[in-house]
Design a protein around this ligand. Sequence first.
Ligand code: FES
Length: 121
Amino acid sequence: MVTPQLLCRVEDVAEGEARGFGPLEGYRRKIVILRRNGALHAWLDACPHYPGGTPMAWKTNAYLNGEKTHLACHSHGALFDMESGECVLGPCLGQQLTRIALAISDEGEIFVAAAQEEKRA
Ligand code: FES
């Protein structure tokens, strides 16, 4: 059984922003959390362009494109829908980021339930 790990707090990610946390035990990459239309979404910081996944930000927390409309991989310019994780432009068109399931406590703490990414490794 995997113990949930504390990632951050709900107030750590403002509307329209994306931030990376970790990596946590069992994860080989950071987890990117973004808030879009009030909802939190979490993705593994691993672009699907190459097997194994490439970290996407060119500097700390630089996960969005300039217009802040999409998640971006700054290696080769792939753009991903923030809510579905699908690549909509770039060399991995149609591929998906790995969604990370979150659990939020009544106190506003965000936990990651399990190291799900290892299923894909
Ligand atoms: S590694 Fe992300 S677009 Fe090439």
